[in-house]
Design a protein. Structure first.
Length: 1195
């Protein structure tokens, strides 16, 4: 808690309740006034007290006492309000709606309140008297400083969207060179006498070690080279068992909940046996994680060439892990690089850049104080974003006294400290709270803002609390104190750098504890100190979780966040946490706690996501302060209690992923609701209907499920969606009638009457024009809702993101999308009735436009479009001259029957740089895309030609068997080919010149490539600078490999020499004859060959036929396989597979290591006998493990 912000919050509560009538009703009106005056007297000094509290031990106890007093004041005032709310407005006398006055008319309650207020005032007197000893400076009140922050908001809004692209991941140009250097080390052959080489990145906190390691980890060449890529973040107090479990899970293994190191280490060894591993150990504080836990089970089992990349602040860690010398030290930024990095955090236009260049002299001095640390420079850039671009403003930052503080604890980075002090008091509270969230768990923006609101960190006009919380959230991003996770859209998930997190947790160390299961001192921390906020994270099994009982000494706890297992036993309850405002428990068994849930009288935020609850107690209706409830993912949750509708302050409700049938009637009373997810639409009179949504005029986010249950459009109209002017996110969902193949399930066919009903229902669910995000799911009308067609540019003028999923019966896409001015993203997922996309989809002008000059490009802002599962789509009509998609960057076409790409796509989508085409049956060519940089093609069985892609750099082709022509791709750098049936490289490889070829093919082709210059494929790949070719065995896609470099020449392979030649028998020459004879494809035959390949078979090529052919492994397997499948004599078998020499009849029995057989040909006899024995043994051992082998040997 930040003192002056919370003091303002308490004072607001007092102001709302204080009245002249208090004197008459209680006789403590003077005490109320005194409390108010004392807080007013103190508040101008509270900012300085908070500032000194960080580093001045003498102030800390005084601050702690004042905070405890203010928390108690808030609790007292809460209880006053609660008593009034319990009585209800209908029972409160006219003129006595004031909660405090109500309490005064209840003598016993009034005496208790009066006593507590008087006692609290005495404590405040003592606290105020002691304040004189600290000579606090008047820095102004929270309100005074907040008004200044408000004045800067307009410029912040402009910066918010301006430099987002430029700011991401910028740490100086040298990082590209460092990445290249480290990748070369990882790919080098210098591993000494061990299978694993350890490489260390060393540097101080915030210098960019993790960023560099991430760029190495993401490198395509490394991902192609290593079979397993694993990233582990190592906590200071890591848990050995948990560390092992995490790496087993990431490697695709199963640890089974084992707890003993002696048991779990062999599981890890078995999981990674023979695998080429790339392991990142990030932020290692001591070498025990490697030496004591991971080294032993990995060192002797992973494949040679495996690598460990460790990042650490301490060179002794690298030395202890025996990392190769020299260690890679991340250098501090040079002055010019630091200045450029600072600029990129601030500029939003060329004009901005010119303004900022004038300030370079001061800017260079500021970055010099950052000591070359990229994180510090970025944080300073975020701070300067808040300032005017004037010398005076920048000089104040440069001359701030924080830079000169010496002897700061390691956790207190000067730049982060300065940025923190520049935050408003409310934003400080939000920032400190963010550091409490479990590091590896995902928390969404709405969840975080809900917690901030619930704990009083965001206060003001109750109509705009979420908007204000969103402003603070964006400010933390703008200041680089948190960074958006690029895997999520709209910055809805962010990460906090360890250096920033350490700072925040240090500042809040006396009030907040963030810990993980397995930390050795967690119980002692909990028993030795009372915290206000606690977060727990557990990744282990239930038996590893913290005992709930160890928390019960935390009587003053106001927020509890638990992610993962926690041991809750019969008899455990919530009664020990009377002050709790926030309760977030995710992925645990919590049923035992429900009985005592109503004891949490102050609770505002309740999230029990992914837990085992099946219902909530009816007593939840007594929890009048509840504002946020999420039961997301509670699959067993069936029933919403009737008392739910009494929660008049509820602002957020999430039932997604539950099994509820309906919501009790009376829901219309919850008029404070801002977000409602998973509302089940019902017409049953026992449940709440859509009509009850009508009064909920404040809704911003709404998801309606089960709309197929609505039989009358009049019911939908009563929801009054169009009147909800604040609505920005809307999901309208029916249960899907589509099967796995994307077609309508036979048993779920719909009648024409049902289609007409759902069309009318959706027609009445027209959203307001302010809507930004729309998701239509499971709609089965023949036409789209009327508001999604020609008038769309009016009804959805603000739309940015559109998802349409499982559009079962519509034959036409919305014809007004192209005119939406802000639309950025479209995804159509499964629309089996659409066969044609016509010109109406691209028509960016109204039919009655008087002049062609008024025409504008269709889809003017669309950046990304995905058209997936339109399984009957055959035609896309888009003439070359029709302007559309001017800024489209990514397009995905998947699972359709499109015969050709429209001419307009190639000529008009001038910004298109990535095109993905997957399972598009009928498509013959991809050509004439001038801007395309990356092309991915997968399972396009009719594709024959790729041509004229002048900027194409990366090409991925998987299972496109008819592709014969690849031409005019001069910029091609990398090509990835995947076809496990491929037995020869495509002819087009000889006509292109990529730098890298990555190939996944049959073992037959791989053996030819392994022959190098003497092989038949040399002319097709010898000119490529780097080639990596692989063939699979079982589940290992890279079991067999060939690694080739052109200059200097190098060819490395693990393919046995005995497998270098193809089968020489005549049965291999005719594919039809082969499959008829062996009852399998060549691919399956190659797999069987791989089972017997090994060192013991390498000397088996000694028999030479009279025509000079050598008996290869494939030949021997062919004879042996026929012998196992048939009772024919060997002579007949030899004849059937094409051994034309005279062979004396003999007997070869399965499993024999010697036999009476081809006596006149002892070498041939020995070869075939041993092959039969090995093959029989291998097939027997694989019989129960491999379905493919079982089917192949069934006869």
């Amino acid at each position: 808690m930040v003192l002056d912000a919370f003091a303002s919050y308490v004072q607001n509560m007092l102001t709302e309740m204080v009245s002249e009538e208090v004197h008459m009703l209680l006789g403590v009106g003077d005490d109320i006034d005194k409390m108010d005056v004392k807080l007013r007297d103190l508040k101008n000094f509270l900012a300085d007290a908070d500032r000194r509290n960080i580093t001045d031990e003498s102030v800390r106890e005084w601050v702690a006492q004042l905070k405890r007093a203010m928390y108690e004041a808030a609790d007292i005032l809460d209880l006053c309000q609660l008593k009034a709310m319990e009585r209800g407005p209908s029972k409160v006398d006219c003129g006595c709606f004031n909660p405090l006055l109500f309490c005064m008319r209840n003598p016993s309650h009034a005496r208790d309140i009066g006593t507590r207020i008087k006692a609290l005032n005495k404590r405040l007197d003592a606290i105020k008297e002691r304040s004189a000893a600290f000579s606090f400076i008047n820095l102004g009140s929270y309100e005074d400083r907040s008004s200044k922050v408000h004045a800067a908001r307009s410029s912040d809004a402009r910066r918010e969207t301006s430099g987002e692209f430029d700011r991401q991941g910028v740490v100086g140009e040298k990082i590209e060179q460092d990445t290249k250097k480290l990748v070369e080390i990882m790919l080098s052959e210098n591993e000494g006498n061990t299978n694993i080489m350890v490489v260390a990145i060393v540097g101080v906190g915030g210098i960019g070690k993790t960023t560099l390691a991430q760029k190495v980890f993401d490198n395509e060449a490394l991902n192609a080279e290593f079979e397993k890529m694993i990233w582990l973040s190592i906590n200071k107090d890591f848990d050995k068992v948990e560390l092992l479990r995490t790496i087993i899970t990431q490697a695709g293994g199963v640890h089974g909940g084992e707890k003993a190191l002696a048991v779990i280490q062999p599981i890890l060894a078995a999981t990674l046996k023979g695998k080429k591993l790339f392991l990142v150990l990030d932020d290692v504080w001591n070498h025990g994680a490697w030496d004591d836990v991971l080294k032993a089970p990995l060192a002797n089992v992973v494949a040679r060439g495996s690598r460990v990349l460790v990042t650490t602040r301490d060179e002794r860690v690298a030395r202890g892990m025996k990392a190769v010398l020299p260690y890679h030290h991340v250098d501090k930024l040079e002055e010019e690089d630091a200045w450029l990095l600072l600029k990129k955090q601030i500029i939003s236009s060329e004009a901005d850049e010119r303004e900022i260049d004038v300030l370079k002299d001061i800017g260079v001095q500021i970055v010099a104080k950052c000591d070359g640390l990229p994180l510090a420079v970025k944080v300073m850039g975020g701070l300067l974003c808040q300032k005017d671009k004037k010398h005076r403003e920048w000089e104040m930052v440069l001359d701030d006294s924080i830079w000169s503080i010496s002897g700061l604890p390691e956790e207190l980075n000067h730049a982060v400290y300065l940025s923190y002090e520049d935050l408003s008091s409310c934003a400080k509270q939000c920032f400190l709270h963010y550091s409490l969230l479990p590091k590896t768990a995902v928390f969404y923006r709405d969840q975080i803002i809900g917690m901030w609101v619930s704990e009083g960190f965001v206060h003001g006009n109750s109509d705009y609390l979420e908007e204000l919380g969103s402003t603070y959230y964006k400010e933390l991003i703008l200041r680089n104190l948190v960074e958006p996770n690029t895997q999520y859209v709209d910055q809805c998930v962010c990460n906090m750098h360890d250096v920033v997190r350490s700072f925040a947790q240090f500042v809040a160390r006396n009030e907040a504890l963030a810990t993980c299961s397995g930390e050795t001192n967690i119980v002692s921390k909990l028993s030795g100190h009372e915290f206000l906020q606690i977060s727990l994270e557990s990744k282990g099994s239930e038996s590893d979780g913290l005992d709930w009982s160890s928390l019960q000494a935390q009587k003053t706890l106001r927020a509890l966040i638990s992610v993962g297992y926690i041991n809750i036993k019969p008899g455990d309850s919530l009664v020990h946490f009377p002050c709790l405002r926030t309760l977030h428990i995710d992925s645990a068994h919590v049923v035992e706690l429900l009985e005592s849930l109503h004891e949490l009288k102050h609770l505002r935020y309740l999230s029990l996501e992914n837990t085992d609850i099946s219902s909530l107690p009816d007593s939840i209706g007594k929890m009048k302060f509840l504002q946020y409830i999420s039961l997301y993912g509670c699959e067993q949750f069936l029933k919403v209690p009737h008392s739910f509708v009494k929660l008049g302050q509820l602002r957020y409700l999430n039932f997604c992923g539950t099994s509820i049938e309906g919501i009790p009637r009376g829901f219309h009373a919850l008029t404070s609701m801002r977000a409602l997810h998973g509302f089940p639409a019902q017409v049953d009179g026992h449940w709440c209907s859509l009509e009850e949504l009508g009064p909920l005029s404040q809704l911003k986010h709404l998801q309606l499920d089960g709309l197929e249950n609505i039989t009358a459009s009049s019911s939908a109209a009563k929801a009054k969606l169009g009147d909800k002017v604040h609505l920005t996110d809307l999901t309208l969902a029916c249960g899907s009638i589509l099967g796995y193949d994307g077609l309508i399930k036979e048993e779920d066919g719909v009648s024409e009457e049902e289609q007409q009903k759902i069309e009318k229902v959706f027609d009445e669910l027209c959203p307001p024009p302010r809507l930004e995000n729309l998701h239509i799911r499971g709609y089965f009308g023949q036409r789209l809702p009327r508001w999604m067609m020609s008038s769309l540019d009016v009804s959805l003028s603000s739309l940015r993101i559109l998802f349409i999923t499982d559009l079962a019966c519509c034959t036409q896409l919305p014809d007004g999308l192209c005119r939406l001015p802000y639309l950025e993203f479209i995804q159509i997922l499964r629309a089996p009735a659409i066969k044609r996309v016509g010109p109406e989809f691209m028509q960016s002008y109204h039919q009655h436009s008087p002049r062609p000059s008024q025409m504008v490009a269709a889809f003017p802002r669309l950046h990304k479009m995905e058209l997936i599962g339109m399984v009957e789509w055959e035609e896309w009509e888009w003439e070359e001259q029709v302007q559309a998609f001017p800024v489209l960057q990514e397009l995905m076409l998947k699972q359709c029957k499109l015969k050709c790409l429209p001419p307009g796509l190639a000529s008009q989508a001038g910004a298109l740089n990535k095109l993905t085409i997957y399972n598009v049956q009928g498509l013959i060519s991809v050509e004439n895309f001038p801007s395309l940089v990356e092309l991915e093609l997968d399972e396009n069985l009719d594709l024959e030609r790729i041509t004229n892609l002048p900027r194409l750099q990366k090409l991925t082709i998987q299972d496109c068997p008819k592709l014969k022509a690849l031409e005019d791709v001069p910029a091609l750098q990398r090509i990835i080919l995947t076809d496990e049936d491929m037995e020869a490289l495509p002819e087009y490889m000889g006509g292109i010149n990529p730098r890298h070829l990555e190939l996944y093919c049959s073992l037959v082709l791989l053996t030819s490539i392994a022959a190098g210059q003497s092989g038949a494929e040399w002319d097709k790949f010898g000119h490529v600078e780097h080639v990596k070719a692989y063939a699979s065995e079982g589940g290992n896609s890279r079991k067999w490999y060939v690694l080739y470099t052109a200059n200097p020449y190098s060819l490395e392979t693990n393919v046995s020499h005995s497998f270098m030649s193809r089968g020489t028998l005549t049965s291999f020459e005719d594919g039809q004859r082969f499959e008829s004879l062996f009852k399998m494809t060549r691919k399956n035959f190659s797999y069987i060959c791989s089972l017997v390949m090994g060192p013991s078979m390498e000397d088996m090529n000694s028999y030479t036929f009279v025509d000079g052919r050598v008996l290869s492994l494939e030949d021997r397997v062919a004879v042996a396989l026929r012998r196992l499948q048939s009772s024919e004599p060997t002579e007949s078998i030899a004849s059937s597979v094409g051994v034309n020499e005279s062979i004396e009849q003999g007997t070869i029995c399965a499993g024999q290591t010697s036999a009476k057989c081809i006596k006149s040909n002892p070498c041939l006899e020995r070869s075939i006998c041993i092959t039969v024995a090995v093959l029989y043994a291998q097939l027997t051992s694989h019989l129960d493990q491999t379905g493919t082998v079982r089917r192949m040997t069934a006869s």
